[in-house]
Write a new protein. Structure first.
Length: 75
């Protein structure tokens, strides 16, 4: 439980967030275009697709934060 609390704090920690944001923007944009690009360009984005698109950016952010957190704990 303690490590979950520490990880949650890391989600907005100034040491981790700049890198995580950059990774989320690059990886998320690539995944967005792969998964939703044709729908976006043809104007067929609906609510469900926008929710999925949001997750497309959130998941790389969380994975990067986790990687940074795990690396820091190992040191």
């Amino acid at each position: 439980m303690k490590s979950l609390r520490q990880f949650t704090r890391c989600l907005i920690h100034p040491e981790f967030t700049p890198t995580a944001i950059k990774v989320a923007l690059v990886v998320g944009s690539v995944l967005f275009m792969i998964n939703h690009g044709s729908a976006f360009l043809s104007g067929q984005m609906n609510r469900q697709r926008w929710l999925a698109a949001g997750l497309t950016y959130i998941v790389p952010y969380l994975v990067n934060i986790h990687g940074q957190y795990a690396s820091k704990i190992r040191r």
